[in-house]
Design a protein around this ligand. Structure first.
Ligand SMILES: [Zn+2]
Length: 306
């Protein structure tokens, strides 16, 4: 077994359990670079089969988004669009990879970007087109072509077997000076519950240092936000460079932090004690949305945000 980032062969076992199914799942931290990864990786066939059949059902229990999913997704989309605006991205072409039910692409189109999306799931991409008239193709990352000023990818990178190859592909899809916004679950976040941290579908658990290292030969980091999730805004490099790995000290420190991510740190540093109250509020808000269509939920949230 080799590390996907540094090719190292020394690992520390971090977890042995899939938080969704309770089945065995081995998660390791590379002692040389600190990348947390599932080992061995599932084969390409296993992955293809999993996404074609189980994935959406595993996660959302449905192939078509329900109002509560749209409400969540629209709320996230609004804050991501705000982050783009705050970083000066207000015009030009944008491609959202893994566009899901299309709320983000719709919001970006309405705020002046020439936005389109690609989503491999048939049910979700059809919904995006029929509900919002969004420009979203049913398509896999590997088949994407064209050139864009900005690419966004929310919660996709952690599912893909070779992050460095993905960054190469994204580099080719961007115009010179293009921007790339990547969001993944933050692998070392204290605010993720230990009962909700490691999954079969997630092959990697990134920290800012390891995600930046995976991108380092093709992209520079411009801005980052690290809370429950990790969001990094990258800029395409003018000239390719060698890969810049995290230091061995980083790896040592990451191991200590990963092993500390238990209930105590979740409830104290991660403020996990607040979660039941937040959940109650969410149930109340989502109940109010139950009979609304996707478009009216999105319109309502956009109006509130404006
Ligand atoms: Zn490594």
């Amino acid at each position: 077994m080799n590390c996907a980032l540094c090719n190292g062969t020394h690992f520390s076992l971090i977890s042995q359990k899939d938080c969704k199914s309770g089945k065995e799942l081995n998660i390791y931290l590379c002692d040389d670079c600190g990348l947390i990864q599932q080992l061995p990786l599932p084969s390409p066939e296993e992955l293809r089969h999993y996404y074609a059949t189980e994935y959406r059902l595993d996660y959302k229990k449905t192939y078509h988004p329900k109002p509560k999913h749209i409400h969540r997704s629209a709320g996230l989309a609004l804050s991501r669009a705000k982050f783009l605006r705050a970083n000066g991205i207000t015009s030009g072409s944008l491609l959202d990879i893994g566009a899901g039910s299309g709320e983000f692409v719709t919001i970006c189109s309405r705020s002046g970007l020439k936005a389109e999306g690609a989503e491999p799931n048939v049910g979700y991409s059809e919904f995006a087109r029929s509900e919002y008239g969004a420009n979203i193709r049913t398509q896999e990352l590997a088949n994407l072509e064209g050139r864009y000023d900005t690419i966004t990818m929310f919660h996709v990178m952690e599912h893909l077997p070779s992050p460095q190859q993905v960054f190469e592909k994204l580099y080719d899809l961007l115009n010179p000076g293009g921007r790339l916004l990547i969001e993944v679950p933050w692998g070392l976040s204290p605010s993720i519950s230990p009962s909700n941290r490691y999954f079969k579908a997630h092959l990697y658990y990134f920290d800012a240092e390891t995600l930046a290292a995976c991108a380092s030969s093709h992209f520079d980091v411009i801005a980052k936000v690290q809370e429950g999730n990790l969001m990094i805004l990258f800029e395409k490099k003018n000239h390719l460079s060698g890969i810049r790995l995290p230091s061995p000290d980083y790896a040592k420190n990451a191991k200590i932090r990963a092993l500390r991510c238990g209930w105590w740190s979740y409830l104290t540093i991660g403020k996990g004690f607040r979660v039941p109250f937040r959940k109650l509020r969410k149930i109340y808000t989502e109940n109010r949305m139950k009979r609304l269509s996707g478009s009216s939920i999105l319109d309502r949230l956009m109006k509130e945000a404006a």
